[in-house]
Write a protein that binds this ligand. Structure first.
Ligand code: FES
Length: 157
């Protein structure tokens, strides 16, 4: 199923059924749903909670803790900006603030035209070359707001 289609209750229930017998099934279920649909829709939360006999708040709490999970489909390009310590120490927060302001977004949001989603990431293993970011599959070091503008202009269809 393409990631921009709304998954049906049956689609979600089938994935839950496939994983609920695992030890510690919550993360595998969330990963499988996100892999299948590109995000974890709100409609999945009560189904997961019921299947695992936990509260919706617990499911939501785990989703919020692990920043990889999305509640809505991503844009055509996903930009991940590193918010971990080494990148913050070399200006990452200021770069991120400028990038978000340029795009008119908050963290985890997508531009209205569906072109770009900006997400936080916590260390890309490029700490010596911070601030670091990923655009699509490519990792970039020593980013600045100006460089991000140029890279995004290249990468955004
Ligand atoms: S802290 Fe940003 S890449 Fe490691």
């Amino acid at each position: 199923m393409p990631a921009d289609q709304t998954p049906s209750r049956d689609d979600i229930a089938a994935i839950i059924a496939d994983h609920r017998g695992m030890e510690g099934p919550l993360l595998p279920i969330l990963h499988a749903i996100q892999h299948a649909f590109g995000h974890v829709p709100q409609a999945a939360l009560p189904l997961i909670a019921e299947a695992l006999n936990i509260s919706r708040a617990e499911v939501h709490g785990v989703m919020s803790f692990y920043h990889d999970f999305r509640e809505a489909p991503a844009g055509r390009r996903v930009v991940k900006l590193c918010r971990a310590e080494a990148c913050q120490a070399v200006g990452g927060a200021a770069v991120a603030a400028e990038v978000l302001a340029d795009l008119g977004l908050n963290w985890q949001e997508t531009t209205p035209d569906g072109a770009v989603t900006v997400e936080a990431v916590y260390c890309l293993g490029l700490c010596a070359c911070g601030p670091a970011a990923v655009i699509g599959d490519r990792v970039h070091g020593r980013i600045s707001a100006a460089r991000m503008r140029a890279l995004l202009a290249e990468a955004t269809p």
